[in-house]
Design a protein around this ligand. Structure first.
Ligand SMILES: [Zn+2]
Length: 146
């Protein structure tokens, strides 16, 4: 029997069951038919965040950022590159704290950017401050997920 995982669609937030050996075969969402992994961070509002964190059996890496934040914009290209490398073993997401202030408050985000890693619904690691090299983001996430 092949192990399968719950993967939450980054577009419609439907939970899909994906066999582990199919993760790297560009699986599509059974509901909206879009790619479950497109190599880009998924922008999450509060409702989408709760579905990803609550249901994903992949570790979820979240960048809490805001459009007015210079260091956030500096980190964005590296974060894009990191997303392409971390998928499909991670769900890579970003939360605009201006559009979802409730999440910033709930997780007590004191400075942005802040990276946080969630495993099985729980925050397991947090990194305040910009990491501007994709390799550093990838290494941090992989270490934190162990
Ligand atoms: Zn979908």
């Amino acid at each position: 029997m092949t192990e399968s995982l719950h993967v939450v669609c980054p577009r419609c937030q439907t939970t899909n069951r994906v066999r582990v050996d199919q993760l790297r075969s560009a699986p599509d969402c059974g509901h909206c038919k879009k790619a479950l992994f497109d190599g880009h961070p998924a922008a999450l509002d509060e409702a989408a965040f709760d579905k990803q964190i609550g249901r994903s059996q992949l570790p979820v890496l979240v960048d809490f950022w805001a459009p007015w934040c210079g260091p956030c914009r500096m980190m964005a290209p590296a974060y894009e590159q990191a997303a392409a490398q971390l998928e499909p073993r991670f769900r890579v997401a970003k939360v605009n704290t201006e559009e979802a202030p409730g999440l910033g408050a709930r997780f007590n985000i004191r400075s942005i950017p802040t990276l946080a890693l969630f495993v099985n619904g729980r925050e397991v690691a947090r990194q305040p401050g910009a990491l501007t090299r994709a390799a550093d983001i990838v290494a941090w996430a992989q270490n934190a997920a162990r």
